[in-house]
Write a protein that binds this ligand. Structure first.
Ligand code: ADP
Length: 496
């Protein structure tokens, strides 16, 4: 149904740029195709009448031919109209309509009875062509009627029928003109509206564009704000970190200050004993019996040595802490360094009745280290082993741990051992184990602190295994560097 309607509409529709032209062509098609079914129906009725020879059938032939001619002409005019020849098609239609009315029943026309039918082409012409076309049509029909009147020799009154047609033409002209004017006004309003819509659309598009630009700027500003917030939070985090660093540095400084005070008081305390001993024995030397003088001198010598050792140890420790003690790294033979210390202490051990042996590692790569500092480490460890071993033996060995790339020094004794409570403290300055303090073994309590400092300067570590009454084993691990690493280490801090 819809499809049929669509097809019919397509037949009626005539595309044209001029809306008036298009309207007129559409109207023409509606008139033509609207009248066609009626005419076809009429042809059928006429054919029926003629076929059954109904009364007056002979008179029907002219009407039948007219209807057939009308139908064929209708189709032709529709084609012309659709081909764009709108005006020509309209004129042809009007002529056809006028002729059809005239020829359908000439007797009725001549009698003046079918005259009013001509109203239709007159009125239609003003709508199909121009409003004033109704006058031309009325006059043309008047002329045609005059010719017919002349041919059929009718009375003069017949010719007067042109005047009502002219009146109809006037009415038609007025109506069509007002209709066209209204249409033109409507069209103008429509154009104005269209222009306004375009203007508003443009304005809206511009506003939209501006909004877009502003949204972009806002997004940019937002981004900058986020960036600044990020920067601020970074700065804040940095500030917090620095505050933390400062407060921890402050804490460190405070604890260093406390350590320094403790160190000074410890040194003073440690100095007091040998100095008071020196004073006492000097007095005894001056006042005592002559045969005891040698013993007093021996004690004085021991106290002076103890004092000298104490001063030396304090100096070493202080220099190390201040960084003024120079660490001179060289490629050294670790076995040889330890052997020298072993030889230096060997006699002391023998005098004490101790067995002391050194087992050097079969393979030991050159070590990037300060030989004199490592000598001090070995001297401290071997010296302690001799001091704190009343009887038995001391085993010194060097090892090379190829897996970990470590040079290892181990000093093992069968001495008095270290109390488990003393173990966590023996690297503290001036700390002496219970055993050591109670015995008459001389010492400052600084040797292991210095040893630990030196080992750490060489990026190594120290371990102790000790059993009270059975003996102790001190082991130090020193990293073995290859040439490149050694150069790097030297560049960083080797030349201290
Ligand atoms: P010092 O030997 O002058 O007292 P150290 O710093 O060298 O000072 O040693 C600290 C303490 O560790 C000693 O007083 C001692 O109690 C304990 N100690 C060190 N080496 C040994 C050892 N081989 N055997 C037993 N105790 C030891």
């Amino acid at each position: 149904m819809m499809e049929l309607f669509r097809r019919l509409w397509k037949m009626i529709e005539v595309p044209s740029l001029d809306p008036d032209e298009s309207r007129r062509a559409r109207l023409l098609n509606i008139l033509l195709l609207g009248l066609l079914p009626l005419v076809i129906l009429m042809i059928i009725v006429l054919l029926f009448d003629i076929a059954f020879k109904l009364p007056g059938w002979e008179m029907l032939y002219p009407t039948l031919w007219t209807c057939i001619a009308y139908s064929i002409s209708t189709l032709l005019i529709v084609r012309l109209n659709r081909a764009g020849k709108i005006r020509f098609a309209s004129i042809l239609f009007l002529i056809m309509l006028a002729i059809s009315i005239a020829t359908a029943n000439i007797n009725l026309l001549v009698a003046g009875e079918s005259m009013f039918y001509f109203v239709v082409p007159v009125m239609v012409s003003s709508v199909l062509l121009t409003p004033s076309a109704s006058f031309v049509t009325a006059l043309s029909i008047g002329a045609m009627i005059s010719v017919i009147g002349f041919l059929y020799n009718v009375s003069a009154g017949f010719y007067l029928s042109t005047f009502p047609l002219l009146a109809i033409a006037l009415v038609s002209w007025l109506t069509a003109r007002s209709l066209e004017n209204a249409l033109t006004d409507l069209r103008l309003i429509n154009q104005e509206l269209d222009a306004r819509v375009i203007r508003r659309t443009q304005e809206l598009a511009q506003a939209n564009q501006q909004l877009g630009a502003q949204a972009y700027e806002l997004a940019q500003a937002n981004l900058q704000l986020a960036q600044q917030a990020d920067d601020l939070s970074n700065a804040n985090a940095c500030l917090e970190r620095q505050t933390q660093e400062l407060s921890s540095a402050n804490e460190k400084l405070k604890s260093l200050d406390r350590l320094k005070s403790k160190f000074v008081s410890d040194v003073t305390h440690e100095l007091r004993t040998p100095i008071s001993n020196l004073t006492i024995y000097m007095e005894m030397l001056r006042l005592g019996k002559a045969e005891r003088q040698e013993r007093y001198i021996k004690v004085l010598e021991e106290e002076i040595n103890r004092l000298a050792q104490l001063v030396q140890d304090v100096l070493d420790l202080t220099r190390m802490e201040l960084g003024t003690r120079k660490t001179e790294f060289h490629w050294i033979d670790f076995n040889q360094v330890i052997d020298q210390v072993f030889i230096a202490n060997h006699l002391r051990a023998e005098v004490k009745g101790l067995k002391m042996a050194f087992e050097p590692a079969a393979y030991m790569p050159p070590l990037w280290a300060d030989a004199s500092q490592l000598k001090q480490v070995a001297t401290n460890l071997i010296g302690n082993a001799v001091n704190y071993t009343p009887k038995g033996e001391i085993k010194i060995r060097t090892l090379y741990d190829a897996g970990q790339k470590h040079a290892v020094l181990q000093v093992e004794d069968t001495g008095m051992g270290i109390h488990v409570e003393d173990l966590p403290h023996i690297f503290e300055r001036f700390y002496r184990g219970a055993q050591a303090s109670q015995s008459s073994i001389p010492g400052t309590g600084l040797g292991l602190s210095i040893t630990k400092e030196i080992v750490e300067t060489h990026k190594g570590r120290i371990e102790i295994a000790s059993q009270l009454g059975s003996g102790s084993t001190f082991t130090i691990f020193l990293p073995v560097m290859d040439g490149d690493q050694a150069n790097g280490a030297e560049a960083v801090g080797g030349g201290e």
